[in-house]
Write a protein that binds this ligand. Sequence first.
Ligand code: NAI
Length: 329
Amino acid sequence: MSKPIRVAITGAAGNIGYALAFRIASGEVFGPDQPVHLNLVEVPPIMKSLVGVEMEMEDCAFPTLTGVTRCDSDHLEEGFADCNWVLCVGSIPRKAGMERSDLIRINGPIFTNTGKAIQAAAAKDVRVVVVGNPCNTNCLIAMNHAPDVPRDRWFAMTMLDENRAKSQLAKKAGVQVKSVKNVGIWGNHSATQYPDFFHATIDGKPAVDVIKDDKWLQTEFIPIVQKRGAAVIEARGASSAASAANAVLDTVKGIIRPTAAGSCFSAALCSDGSYGIDEGLIFGYPLTSDGKSVKIIQGQQHNDFAKSKIQITLDELRSERDTVKDLLK
Ligand code: NAI
């Protein structure tokens, strides 16, 4: 039997963490023959709840799960010890009346400690996916506090946006969602993101030629995707959890499995300056993987409409970076 992959999940007793942990344990991501050890991390007052999560894990009798370690967030180095993956879900949720900049300042320090503990304790091949919002900037903070962890190991999640965009395009075109490919999410995981429908395909043809409704694509599709999280909260009375957990799995699969020809997957990563984006910013791009390393798809042409959308989300990420500049030192 091969050595277990160790996966840390922060916020493991929260809505997303709870949905995520069981699916990782089940073997769905790393395969039925790959053992997995979970490190579940929570804040001290919630540790008791993790006892219950661990009991349920036992009750699932997953053949792939070799063990569970419970850790509190005051001892993050124990939580991340030898971890090959750190899935950073834990954070303080946005409350009514809270500005985005307030949220950034509240959650920023969590990610300072996260970065330091990853650097100190994680496995040499660690890869990190930040989900907790504002995920791009939280990832930037953590990465800056782990200077020895290569920059190509850091990701912030935009996969939920891609999945939402694909479903909306499929619904509009009257096709199955599997027909829709190559939908890259550019920029921030926020209401400024740019879901790129110009490069999307439906059954191999450009989505714009299949849908034939530029007005809908430009003025309805984009805001639907940008504001889908708020619409789910409105309808469900709680924020997206199962779909967000599903998107974390899709992100990890996107990174570790070769991308099919003509497809991409979306995540935000440390920009190398591609497409004129500031080097070092955690920016959402369309990506491919060969199963070992991830690359930004190069050479996509953007018209003035797309350029203006990318500029808006870039400006927002620059302003988030400015808001936390003291946390980047
Ligand atoms: P939740 O409030 O149900 O769970 C968050 C959990 O994190 C709680 O159990 C809390 O105790 C824990 N936590 C807080 N601070 C922590 C710390 N320092 N260390 C470890 N754990 C900590 O929230 P939910 O619904 O699970 O969402 C989690 C985050 O994911 C939120 O920031 C949310 O905005 C974000 N999110 C991101 C999405 C994306 O696409 N990137 C999509 C949906 C949600």
